[in-house]
Design a binder for this molecule. Structure first.
Ligand SMILES: *Cc1c(COP(=O)(O)O)cnc(C)c1O
Length: 378
């Protein structure tokens, strides 16, 4: 009997008691190599001591401050996120909330226009973010949704061109569709999006999963020469503390005048202390270069050990975000179970994809350990 709502389905009958580095330990003491990072959250692993110390100190100093007062910690975190000195930050507590802020800002900037989103995209479970999440399984049963959203096929330039009208005010998209099946954006598609931006359509890039070093850059869009009007980020930003952020180009940010938006907990000092430590680490000169190197190593291992398997259709990757598409979708849950039995945690995505999101601090030897387990299972 559970006192919890069952929206997460039947939970996996195991309890983790602690983590260390890139490993989790269950109640029997069994060790698991974590290729999930708590779904892209624990990017710096379970032994990120600078973050832990900052959080503990902040709990003792002041755990919460209202947004009525100046907040130097928020300023410091926002300064780290101020890509090329052209963005201002609004802090929220989750990815969905960051996207809600982005959708509201876009609507303010382009009154009475529609927002275009892509099939198999994922932007969160709140009403606005869900209305932008063009997946039947997520929207089903919740009609009427928020009006003013239209859709097109991701990475399909013709579908995009056909879907854009003179009513289109903004386009929201991921650099890698994560939940939808780990599909990186193509260069051609990003060029097409840039062309629409030149015509005045706002680009909202949802970096909730791809941000914070996941792809080897602070933001995934950096790989494609994009210059978003609005950016959202969350998951890995607090290395375990709940935080979301919307970044808006300075010239657009001013549309959020006093009273237009807000959040009681947004920019909470404990989350900020953690995010500051995370960003300090991510911006160390050698850090992301090493992520990129390790991602290349992982890609080579996967190509070597898994690409030729009959059960594998394709392997897609950007940085340390990997999708292994299987021939048989029914095999996906079995792989998750078998991996756990071998002491490895992996995720699924879409309906036929095994998703790997190892912590950014995982060593090449540990990455190879995980691939060896997958090789044995597949
Ligand atoms: C996880 C995710 C969200 C939703 O984030 P929450 O913190 O669960 O609200 C939104 N967009 C993308 C791309 C995500 O991966």
């Amino acid at each position: 009997m559970t006192h919890l709502l069952e929206n997460y389905g039947k939970r996996i009958p195991m309890t983790f008691t602690h983590g260390e580095g890139v490993y989790l330990y269950d109640q029997t003491g069994k060790q698991y190599l974590d290729f999930t990072s708590g779904i892209g959250v624990m990017n710096l692993g379970y032994s990120f001591e600078a973050g832990k110390a900052a959080v503990k100190a902040q709990v003792d100093a002041i755990p919460h401050l209202s947004n009525l007062y100046e907040n130097p910690l928020q300023e410091e975190v926002a300064a780290y996120l101020d890509y090329q000195g052209s963005y201002k930050a609004f802090f929220a507590n989750s990815g969905a909330e960051a996207n809600e802020a982005a959708l509201k800002l876009a609507r303010l900037l382009k009154p009475d226009t529609t927002i275009l989103a892509f099939e198999d995209g994922f932007h969160g479970r709140t009403f606005g973010a869900m209305s932008a999440t063009m997946q039947d399984k997520i929207q089903k049963g919740f009609a009427p949704l928020v009006p003013g959203f239209t859709k097109a096929v991701y990475n399909d330039v013709e579908s995009l061109s056909a879907a854009v009208t003179d009513k289109t005010g903004a386009i929201i998209f991921e650099i890698v569709q994560g939940e939808g099946g780990v599909t990186p954006i193509t260069q051609a598609f990003s060029e097409s999006l840039k062309a629409f931006q030149k015509q005045g359509i706002l680009l909202i890039v949802d970096e909730v999963q791809t941000g914070n070093g996941r792809t080897g850059k602070l933001f995934g869009f950096e790989h494609f020469g994009l210059e978003p009007d609005i950016i959202t980020s969350a998951k890995g930003l607090g290395n375990g503390l709940p935080i979301g952020v919307m970044l808006a180009k300075t010239e657009y940010a001013t549309a959020f005048t006093a009273g237009k938006h807000g959040s009681t907990f947004g920019g909470n000092p404990i989350a900020m202390a953690s995010a500051k430590a995370v960003l300090k680490q991510l911006t160390q000169p050698a850090f992301l270069a090493e992520v990129t190197e390790n991602a290349a190593f992982l890609g080579a291992e996967l190509a070597d050990k898994l690409a030729d398997k009959a059960s594998v259709v394709a392997i897609r990757q950007l940085g340390l975000m990997v999708g292994i598409e299987l021939r048989d979708a029914n095999q996906v849950p079995k792989v998750l179970v078998a991996a756990r039995a071998h002491g490895l945690l992996v995720l699924s995505a879409g309906h036929d994809v095994i998703r790997l999101l190892p912590p950014l601090v995982m060593s090449q030897a540990q990455l190879a350990d995980g691939v060896a387990i997958l090789e044995a299972i597949l």
